[in-house]
Design a protein around this ligand. Structure first.
Ligand code: ADP
Length: 264
């Protein structure tokens, strides 16, 4: 049985006392080696969940436990070391003059020994397929390549949880494909929980589990296959099931499978 890394217990959150609740009684668990996609239309509360995991926000009600530690003002510095985040805009995430400087930056801040840093730069750039670009200046990279470096920079500090918050939203289709391939290669890498946040159902196909958010509540939590089977209900909450999933399902009903396991 995998270890439980994230637990939300009846979490409610609002951005101020006069503001509406944007998360209402949200409970879920995420295990190590698991890839969980959080999906929902704009404003459904996905990014707020990411910020609560990272301790950028604290819930007014309920509890969050990360790797056995209750998230509060005291534990948050420890917890932040365990949670890596990659955001939407690839251009806002670069701090180094070259790719390798960028990956080194987070490690330098945390006082990693020099020999370790060289090894970790190699390993993490390899993990995202960017080892040939060590000395490249960031502005020469495509959007997808920049996001892969952003993922490497976060992986370098060995987080237990990696959150990609709409990390493909500003990329072209090639860039999106690159990132989803990178993420699927990281899936089940030892001890890492992956959370991808998206409003695009195409991006949940390979996840182990999908949490669907609607109006600040968990609308459903199931495998991608189970989620896709609810295409009419999904449409009512503003989510479109990818055409290929509908086609695969319809073909299956007439006895044709397009691959052994078209969806999880
Ligand atoms: P999503 O990531 O699903 O688009 P968010 O978690 O960003 O949703 O937002 C959930 C709700 O919280 C939305 O109604 C949004 O307008 C509101 N919200 C987000 N950030 C703030 C903020 N800083 N101040 C006030 N309201 C906010």
């Amino acid at each position: 049985m995998s270890k439980r890394l994230i637990e939300f217990r009846n979490v409610s959150f609002r951005y101020g006392e006069e503001q509406p609740w944007v998360l209402k009684n949200v409970s879920f668990e995420i295990y190590e080696d698991e890839w969980v996609a959080i999906i929902g239309h704009n404003g459904s509360g996905k990014s707020t969940i990411a910020k609560l995991v990272n301790g950028l926000l604290f819930p007014q009600q309920g509890e969050i436990v990360i790797d056995g530690q209750l998230v509060n003002e005291e534990s948050i510095w420890n917890i932040r070391k365990e949670v890596g985040m990659v955001f939407q805009n690839p251009d806002n995430q670069f701090v180094g003059a070259t790719v390798q400087d960028d990956v080194a930056f987070g490690m330098e801040n945390r006082g990693f020994p020099r020999e370790d840093m060289v090894k970790r730069i190699d390993e993490t750039l390899k993990a995202v397929g960017m080892q040939a670009y060590r000395l490249t200046e960031p502005h020469r990279l495509s959007g997808g390549q920049k996001q892969r470096v952003a993922i490497a920079s976060v992986l370098a500090i060995s987080p237990k949880v990696l959150i990609l918050d709409e990390a493909t939203a500003m990329l072209d289709p090639n860039g999106r494909k690159e990132i989803m391939e990178t993420v699927s290669q990281l899936q089940n890498s030892q001890g890492l929980s992956l959370i991808t946040i998206t409003h695009d159902l195409h991006e949940v196909v390979q996840a182990d589990r999908v949490i669907v958010m609607n109006e600040g509540e968990i609308w459903d939590e199931a495998t991608p296959r189970e989620i896709f089977s609810k295409k009419d209900e999904l449409r009512k909450i503003g989510l479109d099931v990818p055409f290929v999933a509908i086609l695969a399902d319809e073909l299956k009903q007439v006895g044709i499978t397009i691959s052994q396991e078209p969806l999880n």
